[in-house]
Design a protein around this ligand. Sequence first.
Ligand SMILES: Cc1ncc(COP(=O)(O)O)c(C=O)c1O
Length: 380
Amino acid sequence: MINEKLALNLTKIKNTGLYRNRMLTTGRVASNFSSNDYLALSDHFEIKQAFQEGFARYTSGSGASMAICGYHPIHQDLEKSFSQLLGADNALLFSSGYAANLGIVSLITQLNAHLFIDKAVHASFYDGIRLFSPKYTRFFHNNYDELDKKLNGKKAEAIITVEGVFSMSGQKSDLHAIHKLCLEHKAVCIVDEAHSFGILGPNGLGAVALHGLSQDIVPLRMIAFGKALGIQGAIVVGSKDWIDALFQWSRSNIYSTAISPALTYGILKSLDILYKADDKRENLKNGISYFKNKIATSPLVWRDSDTHIQQLQLGCPHKALFYASQLQDKGITCMALREPTVTRLETGLRVILRADHKPEDIDNLFKHLHNIYESTYRNS
Ligand SMILES: Cc1ncc(COP(=O)(O)O)c(C=O)c1O
């Protein structure tokens, strides 16, 4: 009986065009427009060497959660490096950005504060909300007038949560506007820097650094290592008491094994290289300009974004899958973006630009996208 239900559910999801496939990543790196390895550090020679050294010098496993005996000196070194670079008091490592965001929502719930989230925040915040049930209000994506009105009606201390660069729209948060609102409404802001760290700000230190905000206004910012740093894991950086409280109330930290000490050594090296990678950031900036120029003459519908994340809107999951599979046949990886990750309207392709993409890689992508568009347009 349960097996039949399972099969029925799988058939249903296939029919809606929302079935997910795991695809082996094997093709040319240059033809991959879905990887978050923005600065192409995941295959960086020196970082890989540091990993080898890390595994020679440190234990491969931490042995326990940080709350038991899994907190090693190399973890503390990495936390100190991040907090010093970002002008914050302290930091707390997590095994993933997903776990870190669950921990943040868990803390907000403990504080009995009122969470105000941009509608476009990552699924991990929504899952945290489901799990811990804080008081929360959503506001339209980057709509600060609406946020202002909603903040007026708050009944508890407000905590605003946004992303430096939003994972799906690629749009940036206006942290100046949010800073102003924080001052007016005695609120604080938590920034998920998953897609802004390594890219924005001086030395790629992120959106909060770009806007020169202090930990008084942004007491916590989350940095996921699986994006520009090209590894995995995450850290939350912030003021002393907030980090202390985060550790007390993050079940996703307390009840989970701390990340590998050997791996942590490699992350330290990646951080050092990311900090110095202005040349790569410049390449990425040039790639974004080149891409935007191509969009200007494209007959397709593109969302307004001036970052490394671009969104092609097709409005239909079957169409999105068709475009993605046609591109894959030409050796280009660009995955479909569908519900529930985005709305129906936003359904399409998410194009991710990396520092090692060349103009000819972008030309090739557009050539094939437009061929698909023209062939389907002619046949419809
Ligand atoms: C905005 C944002 N926050 C958090 C996460 C979760 O990070 P991780 O992949 O380390 O779990 C992601 C990952 O996709 C993300 O895009």
